[in-house]
Ligand binder design. Structure first.
Ligand SMILES: Cc1ncc(COP(=O)(O)O)c(C=O)c1O
Length: 319
């Protein structure tokens, strides 16, 4: 919605993203660049760390928008988006923040974040699929062009195309909500938010951060895998991703092992490129394995996971 509707002009048509972006953010801008609508710059990161000086060097007078994730769904940790937004705003650049991964175990105060737009998805908060939120300053939302057209988006449409060629669209959010809405999804999201709000923020972070640290440290002891990122960064987030460090360690087979080979247990992880192809090209690997942690997980489960990884590594790689 933001990429398609943003009012780029000839003087300011550059967009800066990072190599941590999920395809939900990266692809619309990559396609807009391929179509010649924008100029795109991708800021490289190092082990998931964003170098603010490097970012600043890309934010120039031609830049219209910075689109940046608050937490990578591959590298974990937390990206310093408030600092990045400060750099952008100094140059009159609008800021879009992807909070999809961040909001699972963090709270957000948009009044201090410095973003013009913030988006997140219900399914990353335990809510239903296919529904999410785009928050924005009212004036910025109303500067966006329409996204999908249909019923419930327009104030007036003229029969006479010559005298009034342009339909007049509703103010946000109506102009973005074509057709009958996913009301069930919205109610499900609202319920997921209530559950989330009942969890005290500080203890939730301490619990998840502790589990992440335990998991990263446990996996780091196994020769067959390489944990991505540094433990102190990972502990700020809610996930640990690892790549094979031995040619016979297959993330895909490991996933099957977790699903079928643990007596009385089924552990769900995600393997593959996690819709983050830019970061996987940067890492130079086709597939990684990611374990995500939440309020409901325990230290005993983390230990069980590390034991399972050790058992699989022994079986697959021998010793
Ligand atoms: C960091 C991040 N951004 C964006 C998304 C995409 O959300 P959606 O598929 O709802 O567009 C996800 C995951 O689903 C994500 O992890």
């Amino acid at each position: 919605m933001v990429c398609g509707g943003f009012p780029f002009d000839a003087a300011r048509r550059k967009v800066v993203i990072t190599d941590l972006e999920h395809n939900a953010v990266a692809l619309p801008f990559i396609e807009a660049a391929r179509a010649g609508r924008i100029e795109l710059a991708i800021c490289p990161t190092d082990e998931g760390r964003l170098d603010l000086d490097r970012l600043a060097s890309l934010l120039d007078d031609r830049t219209a928008l910075l689109a940046i994730t608050h937490a990578s769904n591959v590298m974990g940790g937390v990206v310093p988006v408030a600092e990045a937004a400060k750099l952008a705003r100094r140059k009159g650049i609008k800021v879009f923040v992807d909070d999809a991964q961040y909001l699972g175990t963090h709270r957000e105060d948009v009044s201090t974040l410095g973003a013009d737009f913030v988006a997140f998805s219900a399914h990353k908060l335990g809510g239903p699929f296919g529904v999410g939120v785009l928050w924005g300053h009212e004036t910025e939302l109303n500067r966006l062009g329409t996204w999908k057209l249909g019923g419930g988006t327009v104030k007036s449409v003229s029969w006479d195309l010559k005298s009034a060629p342009e339909p007049v669209y509703l103010d946000a959010p109506g102009r973005f909500e074509a057709g009958v809405q996913n009301f069930g999804g919205a109610i499900g999201l609202s319920e997921a938010l209530k559950v989330r709000e009942a969890l005290p923020a500080g203890p939730l972070r301490a619990h998840v951060g502790g589990l992440v640290r335990r998991l990263a440290e446990g996996l780091a002891k196994l020769d067959a895998v390489r944990v991505l990122g540094r433990v102190e960064d990972l502990a700020q987030g809610s996930l640990v991703t690892f790549a094979a460090a031995h040619e016979d360690f297959s993330p895909v087979d490991f996933n099957l092992f977790l699903n079928h080979e643990l007596p009385g247990r089924f552990i769900a992880i995600r393997v593959g490129e996690h819709c983050a192809h830019l970061q996987h090209r940067r890492l130079g690997v086709d597939a990684t394995a990611r374990a995500s942690l939440g309020a409901y997980n325990t230290a005993a489960e983390v230990d069980l996971f590390v034991d399972a990884a050790r058992a699989y590594a022994q079986e697959a790689c021998g010793g």
